[in-house]
Ligand binder design. Structure first.
Ligand code: ZN
Length: 335
Protein backbone atom coordinates (compact mmCIF):
# COMPACT_ATOMS: atom_id res chain seq x y z
CA UNK A 1 0.00 0.00 0.00
CA UNK A 2 1.39 3.42 -0.82
CA UNK A 3 1.52 6.25 1.68
CA UNK A 4 -1.22 8.32 0.06
CA UNK A 5 -3.63 5.47 0.51
CA UNK A 6 -2.71 4.92 4.17
CA UNK A 7 -2.97 8.65 4.72
CA UNK A 8 -6.50 8.84 3.31
CA UNK A 9 -7.66 5.91 5.47
CA UNK A 10 -6.28 7.68 8.55
CA UNK A 11 -8.00 10.92 7.63
CA UNK A 12 -11.24 9.04 6.99
CA UNK A 13 -10.99 7.51 10.47
CA UNK A 14 -10.28 10.93 11.97
CA UNK A 15 -13.37 12.33 10.27
CA UNK A 16 -15.47 9.56 11.87
CA UNK A 17 -14.34 10.80 15.28
CA UNK A 18 -15.32 14.45 14.77
CA UNK A 19 -17.67 15.64 17.54
CA UNK A 20 -21.41 15.61 16.80
CA UNK A 21 -22.94 18.84 15.61
CA UNK A 22 -25.78 19.94 17.86
CA UNK A 23 -28.49 22.29 16.68
CA UNK A 24 -32.26 22.65 16.54
CA UNK A 25 -33.81 22.10 13.12
CA UNK A 26 -37.14 23.69 14.04
CA UNK A 27 -37.75 26.86 11.99
CA UNK A 28 -38.71 29.17 14.89
CA UNK A 29 -35.35 29.43 16.63
CA UNK A 30 -36.51 32.24 18.92
CA UNK A 31 -38.64 29.78 20.88
CA UNK A 32 -35.84 27.23 21.39
CA UNK A 33 -35.46 26.26 25.04
CA UNK A 34 -33.28 23.82 26.92
CA UNK A 35 -30.29 21.87 25.72
CA UNK A 36 -30.05 20.15 22.38
CA UNK A 37 -30.88 16.63 23.40
CA UNK A 38 -30.49 13.22 21.87
CA UNK A 39 -33.73 13.16 19.91
CA UNK A 40 -35.28 9.82 19.08
CA UNK A 41 -36.37 9.24 15.52
CA UNK A 42 -38.55 6.37 16.65
CA UNK A 43 -40.58 6.69 19.83
CA UNK A 44 -38.44 5.16 22.54
CA UNK A 45 -41.14 4.27 24.98
CA UNK A 46 -43.68 2.87 22.60
CA UNK A 47 -42.09 1.44 19.52
CA UNK A 48 -38.49 0.70 20.47
CA UNK A 49 -39.47 -1.13 23.66
CA UNK A 50 -41.87 -3.23 21.66
CA UNK A 51 -39.27 -4.14 19.01
CA UNK A 52 -36.25 -4.59 21.30
CA UNK A 53 -35.19 -7.60 23.33
CA UNK A 54 -33.65 -6.79 26.75
CA UNK A 55 -33.15 -3.24 25.52
CA UNK A 56 -31.23 -4.31 22.41
CA UNK A 57 -31.91 -4.02 18.72
CA UNK A 58 -30.11 -5.17 15.61
CA UNK A 59 -29.27 -2.11 13.55
CA UNK A 60 -28.03 -2.23 10.00
CA UNK A 61 -26.36 1.15 9.95
CA UNK A 62 -23.12 -0.09 11.47
CA UNK A 63 -20.14 0.30 9.18
CA UNK A 64 -17.63 -2.44 8.43
CA UNK A 65 -15.63 -0.59 5.79
CA UNK A 66 -16.08 2.65 3.88
CA UNK A 67 -19.65 2.74 2.71
CA UNK A 68 -20.54 -0.85 3.50
CA UNK A 69 -23.25 -1.87 5.90
CA UNK A 70 -22.93 -4.39 8.64
CA UNK A 71 -25.30 -5.37 11.40
CA UNK A 72 -24.67 -4.15 14.90
CA UNK A 73 -26.29 -4.72 18.28
CA UNK A 74 -27.35 -1.35 19.68
CA UNK A 75 -29.11 -0.30 22.85
CA UNK A 76 -32.45 1.33 22.19
CA UNK A 77 -31.24 4.44 24.01
CA UNK A 78 -28.69 5.02 21.25
CA UNK A 79 -30.23 3.55 18.11
CA UNK A 80 -32.02 6.08 15.94
CA UNK A 81 -31.00 9.12 18.00
CA UNK A 82 -29.60 12.38 16.69
CA UNK A 83 -28.76 15.87 17.97
CA UNK A 84 -31.25 17.78 15.86
CA UNK A 85 -33.82 19.37 18.22
CA UNK A 86 -33.76 21.42 21.38
CA UNK A 87 -35.49 19.98 24.42
CA UNK A 88 -38.57 22.19 23.98
CA UNK A 89 -39.18 21.53 20.30
CA UNK A 90 -38.45 17.81 20.57
CA UNK A 91 -41.07 17.54 23.30
CA UNK A 92 -43.76 19.90 22.04
CA UNK A 93 -43.63 19.32 18.29
CA UNK A 94 -43.75 15.52 18.44
CA UNK A 95 -46.14 15.23 21.36
CA UNK A 96 -49.05 14.12 19.12
CA UNK A 97 -47.11 11.05 17.96
CA UNK A 98 -45.20 10.40 21.17
CA UNK A 99 -48.20 10.22 23.44
CA UNK A 100 -51.02 9.08 21.17
CA UNK A 101 -51.58 6.02 19.01
CA UNK A 102 -51.45 6.44 15.28
CA UNK A 103 -54.83 7.62 13.99
CA UNK A 104 -53.94 7.92 10.27
CA UNK A 105 -54.55 11.67 10.39
CA UNK A 106 -52.71 14.09 8.13
CA UNK A 107 -51.16 15.87 11.09
CA UNK A 108 -49.70 12.75 12.70
CA UNK A 109 -48.51 11.46 9.35
CA UNK A 110 -46.87 14.80 8.63
CA UNK A 111 -45.05 14.56 11.98
CA UNK A 112 -43.79 11.05 11.21
CA UNK A 113 -42.58 12.35 7.86
CA UNK A 114 -41.03 15.44 9.42
CA UNK A 115 -39.08 13.47 11.99
CA UNK A 116 -37.83 10.93 9.44
CA UNK A 117 -36.78 13.76 7.15
CA UNK A 118 -35.06 15.65 9.99
CA UNK A 119 -33.01 12.59 10.91
CA UNK A 120 -31.89 12.06 7.32
CA UNK A 121 -31.21 15.77 6.92
CA UNK A 122 -29.03 15.73 10.02
CA UNK A 123 -27.13 12.62 8.87
CA UNK A 124 -26.50 14.09 5.42
CA UNK A 125 -25.17 17.35 6.89
CA UNK A 126 -22.94 15.36 9.25
CA UNK A 127 -21.56 13.39 6.30
CA UNK A 128 -21.03 16.59 4.32
CA UNK A 129 -18.97 18.04 7.19
CA UNK A 130 -16.89 14.87 7.36
CA UNK A 131 -16.28 14.95 3.61
CA UNK A 132 -15.23 18.61 3.77
CA UNK A 133 -12.83 17.70 6.56
CA UNK A 134 -11.32 14.94 4.41
CA UNK A 135 -11.17 17.16 1.31
CA UNK A 136 -9.29 19.86 3.22
CA UNK A 137 -6.69 17.37 4.45
CA UNK A 138 -5.82 15.42 1.32
CA UNK A 139 -4.03 16.54 -1.82
CA UNK A 140 -6.44 14.82 -4.15
CA UNK A 141 -9.42 16.65 -5.62
CA UNK A 142 -12.44 14.66 -4.47
CA UNK A 143 -15.09 17.14 -5.63
CA UNK A 144 -15.96 15.10 -8.69
CA UNK A 145 -15.78 11.76 -6.96
CA UNK A 146 -19.26 10.20 -7.30
CA UNK A 147 -19.63 9.60 -3.57
CA UNK A 148 -18.50 13.10 -2.54
CA UNK A 149 -20.61 14.73 -5.25
CA UNK A 150 -23.61 12.58 -4.26
CA UNK A 151 -23.50 13.94 -0.70
CA UNK A 152 -23.25 17.55 -1.95
CA UNK A 153 -26.25 17.04 -4.24
CA UNK A 154 -28.22 15.23 -1.53
CA UNK A 155 -27.60 18.09 0.88
CA UNK A 156 -28.71 20.62 -1.72
CA UNK A 157 -31.93 18.62 -2.39
CA UNK A 158 -32.60 18.40 1.34
CA UNK A 159 -32.31 22.16 1.83
CA UNK A 160 -35.05 22.69 -0.76
CA UNK A 161 -37.28 20.15 0.97
CA UNK A 162 -36.58 21.72 4.36
CA UNK A 163 -37.80 25.11 3.08
CA UNK A 164 -41.12 23.55 2.03
CA UNK A 165 -41.50 21.60 5.26
CA UNK A 166 -40.59 24.58 7.46
CA UNK A 167 -43.20 26.73 5.72
CA UNK A 168 -45.79 23.97 6.17
CA UNK A 169 -45.06 23.81 9.91
CA UNK A 170 -45.27 27.56 10.42
CA UNK A 171 -48.54 27.82 8.45
CA UNK A 172 -49.94 24.56 9.89
CA UNK A 173 -50.50 23.62 6.29
CA UNK A 174 -49.72 19.92 6.32
CA UNK A 175 -51.16 18.95 2.97
CA UNK A 176 -47.82 19.40 1.23
CA UNK A 177 -47.57 15.64 1.73
CA UNK A 178 -49.64 12.76 0.49
CA UNK A 179 -49.69 9.36 2.11
CA UNK A 180 -50.85 5.79 1.98
CA UNK A 181 -51.19 3.54 5.02
CA UNK A 182 -50.88 -0.22 4.83
CA UNK A 183 -52.39 -1.62 7.97
CA UNK A 184 -50.63 -4.91 8.70
CA UNK A 185 -52.95 -7.31 10.55
CA UNK A 186 -50.30 -8.47 13.06
CA UNK A 187 -47.42 -7.20 15.17
CA UNK A 188 -44.11 -7.05 13.31
CA UNK A 189 -40.77 -7.51 15.06
CA UNK A 190 -38.90 -4.69 13.40
CA UNK A 191 -39.31 -1.01 12.69
CA UNK A 192 -38.15 1.24 9.90
CA UNK A 193 -37.96 5.01 9.33
CA UNK A 194 -36.38 5.49 5.95
CA UNK A 195 -36.20 8.21 3.34
CA UNK A 196 -35.63 6.41 0.06
CA UNK A 197 -35.50 7.17 -3.65
CA UNK A 198 -37.15 4.52 -5.79
CA UNK A 199 -36.22 4.34 -9.46
CA UNK A 200 -39.18 2.30 -10.72
CA UNK A 201 -42.76 1.75 -9.70
CA UNK A 202 -44.31 -1.73 -9.73
CA UNK A 203 -45.17 -1.53 -13.42
CA UNK A 204 -41.64 -0.50 -14.34
CA UNK A 205 -42.32 3.21 -14.93
CA UNK A 206 -39.59 5.67 -13.94
CA UNK A 207 -39.88 7.50 -10.63
CA UNK A 208 -36.33 8.79 -10.42
CA UNK A 209 -34.18 8.81 -13.49
CA UNK A 210 -30.74 7.30 -13.28
CA UNK A 211 -29.35 9.63 -15.94
CA UNK A 212 -30.36 12.70 -13.92
CA UNK A 213 -28.62 11.56 -10.74
CA UNK A 214 -25.86 14.15 -11.00
CA UNK A 215 -28.06 17.02 -12.19
CA UNK A 216 -28.37 19.58 -9.39
CA UNK A 217 -31.51 21.03 -11.02
CA UNK A 218 -33.32 17.69 -10.85
CA UNK A 219 -33.88 16.92 -7.16
CA UNK A 220 -34.42 13.29 -6.24
CA UNK A 221 -37.99 12.27 -5.45
CA UNK A 222 -38.21 10.83 -1.98
CA UNK A 223 -40.48 8.30 -0.38
CA UNK A 224 -40.70 8.28 3.41
CA UNK A 225 -41.33 4.89 4.99
CA UNK A 226 -42.37 4.42 8.61
CA UNK A 227 -43.11 0.89 9.76
CA UNK A 228 -43.87 0.08 13.38
CA UNK A 229 -45.99 -2.23 15.54
CA UNK A 230 -48.74 -0.78 17.70
CA UNK A 231 -50.94 -2.90 19.94
CA UNK A 232 -51.79 -6.08 18.01
CA UNK A 233 -51.17 -4.75 14.54
CA UNK A 234 -48.62 -2.72 12.63
CA UNK A 235 -48.55 0.23 10.28
CA UNK A 236 -46.54 0.82 7.18
CA UNK A 237 -46.85 4.49 6.23
CA UNK A 238 -45.65 5.69 2.84
CA UNK A 239 -45.56 9.47 2.53
CA UNK A 240 -44.19 11.82 -0.12
CA UNK A 241 -44.27 15.48 -1.15
CA UNK A 242 -47.29 16.20 -3.38
CA UNK A 243 -44.89 17.43 -6.11
CA UNK A 244 -43.50 13.91 -6.38
CA UNK A 245 -46.74 12.60 -7.87
CA UNK A 246 -45.04 9.47 -9.25
CA UNK A 247 -45.51 7.96 -5.81
CA UNK A 248 -49.30 8.31 -6.18
CA UNK A 249 -49.16 5.59 -8.83
CA UNK A 250 -46.64 3.55 -6.90
CA UNK A 251 -48.88 3.37 -3.84
CA UNK A 252 -52.02 2.65 -5.87
CA UNK A 253 -50.19 -0.28 -7.47
CA UNK A 254 -48.87 -1.43 -4.08
CA UNK A 255 -52.30 -1.24 -2.48
CA UNK A 256 -53.64 -3.73 -5.02
CA UNK A 257 -51.13 -6.44 -4.14
CA UNK A 258 -52.18 -9.41 -2.01
CA UNK A 259 -50.85 -9.56 1.57
CA UNK A 260 -48.30 -12.18 0.53
CA UNK A 261 -47.04 -10.02 -2.36
CA UNK A 262 -46.92 -6.86 -0.25
CA UNK A 263 -44.73 -8.69 2.26
CA UNK A 264 -42.54 -10.10 -0.49
CA UNK A 265 -42.13 -6.70 -2.16
CA UNK A 266 -41.10 -5.11 1.14
CA UNK A 267 -38.70 -7.95 2.02
CA UNK A 268 -36.98 -7.33 -1.32
CA UNK A 269 -37.11 -3.56 -1.32
CA UNK A 270 -36.46 -2.46 2.27
CA UNK A 271 -32.93 -3.79 2.84
CA UNK A 272 -31.85 -2.58 -0.60
CA UNK A 273 -33.17 0.94 -0.18
CA UNK A 274 -32.55 1.80 3.46
CA UNK A 275 -30.28 0.94 6.35
CA UNK A 276 -32.79 2.47 8.79
CA UNK A 277 -34.19 -0.92 9.78
CA UNK A 278 -34.15 -2.06 13.40
CA UNK A 279 -34.78 -5.71 14.06
CA UNK A 280 -35.69 -7.61 17.20
CA UNK A 281 -32.61 -9.75 18.05
CA UNK A 282 -34.88 -12.79 18.48
CA UNK A 283 -35.97 -12.53 14.86
CA UNK A 284 -32.40 -11.88 13.71
CA UNK A 285 -31.09 -14.90 15.62
CA UNK A 286 -33.83 -17.10 14.26
CA UNK A 287 -32.54 -16.42 10.72
CA UNK A 288 -29.09 -17.87 11.52
CA UNK A 289 -25.77 -16.68 10.12
CA UNK A 290 -26.28 -17.68 6.46
CA UNK A 291 -29.51 -15.76 6.10
CA UNK A 292 -28.10 -12.82 8.10
CA UNK A 293 -25.13 -12.71 5.74
CA UNK A 294 -27.26 -12.81 2.60
CA UNK A 295 -29.49 -10.07 4.04
CA UNK A 296 -26.44 -7.82 4.56
CA UNK A 297 -25.10 -8.63 1.10
CA UNK A 298 -28.49 -7.84 -0.42
CA UNK A 299 -28.41 -4.52 1.41
CA UNK A 300 -25.00 -3.75 -0.06
CA UNK A 301 -25.75 -4.48 -3.70
CA UNK A 302 -28.48 -1.87 -4.11
CA UNK A 303 -26.36 0.52 -6.17
CA UNK A 304 -25.49 -2.24 -8.60
CA UNK A 305 -29.11 -3.41 -8.80
CA UNK A 306 -30.43 0.08 -9.51
CA UNK A 307 -27.81 0.66 -12.20
CA UNK A 308 -28.62 -2.66 -13.87
CA UNK A 309 -32.34 -1.97 -13.70
CA UNK A 310 -31.78 1.46 -15.23
CA UNK A 311 -29.87 -0.03 -18.15
CA UNK A 312 -32.74 -2.24 -19.21
CA UNK A 313 -34.92 0.02 -21.28
CA UNK A 314 -37.68 -2.57 -21.30
CA UNK A 315 -40.36 -1.93 -18.70
CA UNK A 316 -39.98 -4.58 -16.03
CA UNK A 317 -43.11 -5.31 -14.05
CA UNK A 318 -42.51 -6.29 -10.45
CA UNK A 319 -43.17 -9.91 -9.67
CA UNK A 320 -42.87 -12.16 -6.63
CA UNK A 321 -39.26 -13.18 -6.06
CA UNK A 322 -38.07 -15.32 -3.19
CA UNK A 323 -35.71 -14.02 -0.51
CA UNK A 324 -34.67 -16.25 2.42
CA UNK A 325 -35.47 -13.72 5.18
CA UNK A 326 -38.86 -12.55 6.37
CA UNK A 327 -38.92 -9.23 8.22
CA UNK A 328 -42.66 -9.77 8.69
CA UNK A 329 -42.27 -13.06 10.54
CA UNK A 330 -44.66 -13.00 13.46
CA UNK A 331 -44.53 -16.66 14.43
CA UNK A 332 -45.23 -17.68 18.01
CA UNK A 333 -41.65 -18.91 18.56
CA UNK A 334 -40.39 -15.34 18.70
CA UNK A 335 -42.53 -14.40 21.67
ZN1 ZN B 1 -35.67 24.45 19.16
Amino acid sequence: MNNDYINIINIFEESERLPNDKYCLYPEKKYCRGKIKRAHTIQNNKILISVSDNGNLIALNGKSAIGFQESEKQGRGVATTFWGFCDYHDTVVFEPIENYNYDKSLKQTFLYTYRTFSWHYYLKETQLNKNNYIQNKVNINLKNNDYFLGIVLGSSDNKKIKEKIDAAILNKNYDIIKYYVWEIPFKVNFCCCGMVQLFKDLLGNDINNYEELLDINKPMKNLFINIFPEKNKSYCIFSWLTDDFEYDNFTIQFSKLTLKDKINYMNNMLPKETDKIFINPKLWNKWGSNIQQSFIEWANISILCNAMQAETKKKMKWKYSFVPWNLFDCSEKLK
